[in-house]
Structures are given as structure tokens and as C-alpha cells.
Design a protein around this ligand. Sequence first.
Ligand code: PLP
Length: 477
Amino acid sequence: MDAQTIFEKSQPGRLGVMPPLSDVPLPSQPPMWPSGMGRQEAPPLPELSELDVLRHFVGLSQKNYSVDTQFYPLGSCTMKYNPRLNERMAALPGFTQLHPLSDPQQAQGALELMYSLQEALGEITGMEAVTLQPAAGAHGELTALMVMAAYFRSRGEERHLVLVPDSSHGTNPASAALAGFQVVTLPSAANGLVDMLALESHLGPQVACLMLTNPSTLGHFETQIEEICELCHRHGALVYYDGANMNALLGLARPGDMGFDMVHLNLHKTFSTPHGGGGPGSGPVGARGPLVDFLPGPLVAKGERGYHFMTPSQSIGRVRTFWGNFGVLVKAWAYIRHLGAPGLKAASLHAILAANYLQELLKEAYDLPYPGRCMHEFVLSAHNLKAEKGIKALDVAKGLLERGFHAPTVYFPLIVEEALMIEPTETEDVETLEAFAQAMLEIARQETAEDLHQAPRHLPVSRLDEALAARRPVLKM
Ligand SMILES: *Cc1c(COP(=O)(O)O)cnc(C)c1O
């Protein structure tokens, strides 16, 4: 593998382009910067031919692992195929060349798109109003908690505790703390679901909210979901739905119908925007009842003279510049319109089917700590392999890289030892699922961890000291 940087490839005097010298005399102009501030020497740019540059960047792109190249079963991340149609729509010049400060009267198409996306997401989640501002899931959580804090303040209620199950995504407690709440961890029941007795014992006049992920991070649907919401409401607490796992529920169940007060969605997960490289995401937040009045503004409303921006009466204000990550909104809109209601429901059903099929193929060779039908993902444990042969979840992950697959999410959720969290999504065919299962089984059948400790052998870097690599990354060879 070519691991040289473009600077290391530089050869003095090598050039990409050689235009003829201009024979037009330069007009004499006053200098554009104060004298003394100009460079004395040329900047140390790499010197390469056009072909060198081309090969360098094509080579880099081929080192990339993505949904476009291979299977990507990273649990909790919904790494599904992102239809190219969405990209085409988001690249339409009418959208890309629209200035965010345009007069809304001259941007009615964009406003209509935002309005209809708000409506569609409200319908999908069972919420009354939706803001498109937050830029990611975690940002949506923070926004919702700020809305809840403002709501309780307006009522003169001092509720400073937020309950978070021990299986929750790390962003949940982090968002609660950032919004000024104190986090209380709820232990899960033996079956991995919410422990009703533990919940009841923690509820009280100081609890603002329960944050719940459903299906849970174990991939299981909370069987007592309505009772959970009722119980919280009876104690004056609100219930927040982490909707990052909505890929399991489209057209099947709605947080609003279950009794939740607020929800966030991850458009970049469920509604098919490429993600994972830190690129723009979107985490719209839906609300019901009195909480609607506190949502960040502006929302898009429909009036007699077309669409306009409006800010709810007790809004917490903006949480994002301009109108959110508009390009992501266009992709989500295109995806929803393309599939329609029946297509969205079919997507979730296929995601659930794919996960259950893989779970069946793997549950003999790996430990399945929380058995039963899963939703769109499931969590295995390598703790038996570790005890018998020293094969840890990390070794399984590295062995998969060697066999051409992206690793599942490992060591999360925290309540499962040696966790391997697998989310196949609906966009993979049965042959791919079986090939992945084959690789997982081959790894489990290894006599010892010895060979896996060498993996991956053919990638740009092999086994790293994970902690050191994160703390002191070597970015230049
Ligand atoms: C991904 C995820 C989040 C956070 O979403 P980001 O867009 O990465 O901020 C929150 N909760 C769950 C369950 C998730 O899977």
C-alpha cells in the first residue's frame, strides 16, 4: 500500500500544467497589501505532475471503506445505501444557489419543501410540530432538553433530574448534562428492557424527564411502552424518545401514539443521507401539546399568501444558523417522497427481517445474551469465545476487516460484555448477509486468537495500539 503523503511525493521542478507565458503586458496597479507583508519565498507546495496528483487522490479514494463499496453492519448507525436520486435532488441549482438570506417570497419552493418535510416527519412520529434546525441527533437531544427546561421554568417547577437507562446511547446523558440537568442512571431489568419497579422508585417531583431509546440499543421493542409513559406522566415528568432507531418503526409504530412528548430523528441514519465522516447531518425534533410553543424558531408555516417563517410564542430561540442543514433536508424529503408511506413501511419490515435472519445464522456460534426476536439490530457477545479461546470482540472485528467487511459496533451497549452490535439494514441482499455470516462463523471456529491478532494484514495499517492511536495519532509516515 502506498502510504506516502502528497508532500513526500513532491519532486522539485515537476509541474502539472504549463500554460504559455502571457504576452499581454500587466497593467500597473497599486499593491493590494501593505509593503513588507508579501511573501519573500514561494510557499512550500508539493510539485507533482497532473498524473501524479490524479493517482494520489484516486489511490486515497480506493482506500476508503464505505457503503458504496462494501457491507457496513455498524450497529446503531443505520449505514444503509443512500439512493443517488436524493443527491441529484439536493444538487439541483434551484436549491444549491439559493441564498439563505433570500426573501421568503422568492424562495417559496424551498419553504414548501421544508413545510412538507415538517408535516411528513410529524406524521411519521405522531408529533404536532417539528423543527428542522438541529444539525445531528445529539443536537436534537440537547434542543429537546432545553425546550423541556424552558417549559418547566414557565410553570415554576424545579425539576432538575433526567432518568437515562444504563443501555442508552452515550449522547443521552451527555445532552442532559449539557442542558443543565443531573443524570440518574436507571438499571435495566434482566431482559434488557426498562425495569418498571426501578423506574417507579426513581420518579418524583424532581424528575424532569425519562429519555428512552426504542427499540432499545439491544434491538428490542419495549413491551410496556405505554405503561412507561403513563407512569412518568403520573409523576409530572415528560418522556423523550430517542428516535435514532426509527429505521425499525417506519409506518409500524409512532412515538406520539405510545405517549411520548418529544422525539428526535436522525435524518442521516433513517432517511438516507451519507454519514460517518463527520459530514452534515440533521436531527429534527418533534413535540406535542404545550411543548410546541417552546420549539426553536423559525418553523415554516402555511398562510394565505404562501409559506412563511414563524417563531413559536415562547421559543427557546435558534439552535442553528439559518435553516438547518438544508441539503440534508432535501435528501430526506426526496427519500420520503420517493418511497411513499408503503415504501417506508416496507423498508422497516425488510430491515427487521434482515436482522432476524442474521441473528438466526449467528446465535449458535456467538452468545446471544438477550434472546428473542429482534427489531432492526441485535447484540451478540464474544464472552464465551474469549473464555474458551481468547477471542475477544475486538479480534472478531479485526478478523472481519481482513475478510472484507466493516466491523459491527463493538463494546456497546455497555451492559453487554464483549458486545458485537449488528445492524444489517434493509438495503443488503440475502447473498451479502450470508457471506457476512460465513465470515463471522469462520472467525468463531478459529482454534485460537493467534491468527486474528495479525489481522488485518492487507489494510494500510494493521493492529494499532487503540488507545495510543487515539491519543497520539501519527498522521505522517
Ligand atoms: C446515533 C445515535 C445518537 C446520536 O446521533 P448523532 O447524529 O450521531 O449525534 C443518539 N442515540 C442513538 C440511539 C443513536 O444511535
